[in-house]
Ligand binder design. Structure first.
Ligand code: DX5
Ligand code: ZN
Length: 218
């Protein structure tokens, strides 16, 4: 299904109100909910782990899209699957055995996603394309919300769309997506747009949140 999906990243939500924030973005048009897991080792920031994912799961009706920015990955796959992740995405750069990691994610019953940092070429996933459901192109260096979109990645999206051919694989864009950059990656072949600051700007659930208008603007 190539229809465009917006996946707000709760990295920019109110961390003390994840349940309410997830319900608010869903009610206001989010297609998926993107959950950024960081370990302070693979990326220079720490967020949360499987127990937080399990806690927010009942507040999400749609797809819980879990982006693992952790190394190693394999010891934690079952825990995130049990926490209710529908999609589990791991980084090509996070270890020497990304092929095994993709097998393990599917074996755990989740959809398998593979993410590429901005410095990693499209060709790094060539031999994974028959075993993944999603390729995530990082358009910022992972670790923080609110960074500037790296324009060189648009060409990588184009290359991936050509490599993927007619396989049913989503191309997800993560980082710096806003009303100005979204059309560039959609034209290049992306169909899932993660957006943190562009969705959560101007509100929190404690005030009237303008999430719906922000989502529509993308
Ligand atoms: C960055 C995360 C992103 C982040 C995007 O490491 O993977 O999901 O939340 O934030 P924005 O949309 O603000 O660039
Ligand atoms: Zn992410």
């Amino acid at each position: 299904n190539r229809s465009l999906k917006i996946a707000p990243s709760i990295l920019s939500a109110d961390f003390a109100n994840f349940g309410a924030e997830c319900e608010a973005i869903e009610a206001q048009g989010a297609d998926w909910v993107h959950v950024d897991v960081m370990d302070g080792h693979f990326v220079p920031n720490i967020t949360f782990g499987p127990s937080t994912c399990a806690a927010i799961r009942p507040h999400i009706k749609t797809v819980m899209d879990v982006h693992l920015m952790i190394a190693p990955v394999d010891p934690y796959i079952d825990a995130f699957a049990k926490a209710g992740a529908d999609v589990i995405t791991a980084h090509v750069e996070a270890g020497p055995h990304i092929h095994r990691t993709m097998q393990a994610i599917r074996a755990a019953g989740a959809k398998a996603g593979v993410a590429l940092n901005p410095g990693t070429p499209a060709s790094s996933v060539e031999y994974l394309l028959d075993m993944v459901d999603l390729v995530c192109v990082m358009t910022v260096n992972p670790g923080f919300g609110g960074q500037k979109f790296i324009h060189s990645q648009v060409e990588k999206v184009r290359q991936l769309r050509a490599m993927i051919g007619d396989r049913p694989i989503h191309i997800e864009i993560d980082g710096g997506v806003d009303p100005a950059t979204a059309p560039l990656v959609v034209a290049a072949g992306a169909d899932v747009l993660v957006a943190g600051s562009a969705v959560f700007r101007g509100g929190s659930v404690s005030k009237p949140a303008p999430y719906g208008a922000n989502i529509k603007a993308i």
